[in-house]
Design a protein around this ligand. Structure first.
Ligand code: ATP
Length: 362
């Protein structure tokens, strides 16, 4: 898509998906490519038509060798999943989950940043900038469980939460590293006063690791219910929140309004220490109500692109892209309807591109 400079190329598999997915990915890619040039890098994009339309056309949302295809790239930029003619469960289980699970992406990072000029539930002037680090492979989403006596008054269902020392330790390392880099407190969200076994292990492992390897990082523990209250009452007091799969799922959605809504919420699924591409995607779904109208907010996809660049050796481009989003949102040019503006998807992306610094000629 853009000419690699200094020989560096970031290979991106673009999975546009359904609904507004193609619109926001199409708008975001040129802006991400422009930002990569600030690090002297070029994007090489492979377009993959995976998603609901392909499922209806061919019977499968993606080809059998999909994992090999994405593994030949540095990163996946994903749009959205959810087709009006496909059962939501089928959409998720045939595309997004197999890819995320197949790549063994154990860390889900969801930053929440309050942007100047965008109204949010945060109090006036409160500066919100926190990160939810969510364990992505086990917990309450292990899939272990069952039902007996189905359909009778005696029916019982179990949903087994799995918490392993190995998984807690590796996600805790990500949390500590992020807190260190951002200069923020690491807040561990558990519920070890009631769910004593699983969350007791979380407390033990995280505090042990902190004392042994990250004594310079401030660490606190909050029960998840108290943490939810604090996030709503004082979002500016949050730094890096470390949590299990279920708690992270809920807390990161709770945080989204403080960023200005789903159109401003990026995410990354990564596996530090492992080979293979990360998976970068806006938190929003396919938004069928506005799909095809050219009015979707592309900034969550753009900001996911900034995370992609940071993970792939383009720190200057990543930071510049985030600053450009801030500037373009502040002066109003990048505000789509969900942000109270009138910009189209393309205009919002162009406004961000215009706010990027020009690469220095070499
Ligand atoms: P899905 O079933 O795919 O999750 P959904 O409509 O239930 O789709 P989302 O797509 O996450 O859930 O979004 C909920 C609503 O938020 C949408 O209907 C849309 O109005 C709004 N929305 C989400 N993303 C955006 C965006 N990028 N720009 C503008 N509005 C958005």
């Amino acid at each position: 898509m853009s000419t690699p400079q200094n020989g560096r190329t970031v290979r991106v598999a673009a999975v546009r998906g359904d609904g507004i997915g193609p619109e926001v990915v199409d708008a975001a890619l040129p802006v991400i490519a422009a930002a990569a040039r600030l690090d002297g890098a070029g994007l090489e994009v492979t377009d993959l038509d995976w998603g609901g339309d392909r499922l209806l056309r061919t019977g499968t949302a993606m080809p059998d060798d999909a994992l090999d295809v994405v593994r030949a790239h540095d990163a996946v930029l994903f749009g959205a999943v959810g087709h009006p003619k496909v059962d939501p469960d089928v959409s998720v289980w045939t595309l997004v989950l197999p890819l995320r699970k197949g790549l063994q992406l154990y860390a889900n990072l969801r930053p929440v940043v309050g942007w100047e000029g965008i109204e949010t539930p945060a109090r006036d002037g409160a500066k919100v900038d926190f990160l939810v680090v969510r364990e992505n492979t086990e917990g309450e989403y292990s899939g272990i469980g069952g039902r007996v006596h189905q359909g009778t008054p005696d029916e019982v269902a179990t949903e087994v939460a799995v918490h392993s020392r190995r998984a807690i330790e590796r996600i805790a390392r990500v949390g500590f590293a992020q807190a260190r880099e951002r200069g923020q407190t690491l807040t561990l969200a558990t519920k070890s006063n009631v769910a004593r076994h699983g969350y007791g292990l979380w407390d033990e492992v995280v505090f042990g690791l902190g004392a042994a390897e990250f004594p310079d990082v401030a660490l606190e523990k909050l029960y998840v219910d108290a943490l939810a209250t604090r996030m709503v009452a004082r979002p500016e007091s949050m730094g890096v929140v470390l949590c299990s799969n279920l708690f992270g799922d809920i807390l990161s959605d709770l945080g989204a309004p403080f960023a200005g809504g789903l159109g401003m919420a990026p995410s990354a699924n990564v596996a530090p220490g492992q080979d293979g591409p990360g998976f970068f995607e806006p938190v929003h779904g396919s938004a069928p109500d506005i799909a095809g109208q050219g009015i979707a907010n592309p900034l969550a996809a753009v900001l996911s692109g900034a995370m992609l660049l940071r993970e792939n050796g383009c720190p200057q481009g990543a930071t510049a892209l985030e600053r450009a989003v801030g500037e373009a949102v502040r002066d109003g040019a990048a505000r789509t309807r969900d942000l109270g503006g009138t910009a189209t998807t393309a205009q919002a992306a162009d406004a961000v591109a215009d706010a990027l610094p020009r690469p220095v000629a070499v």
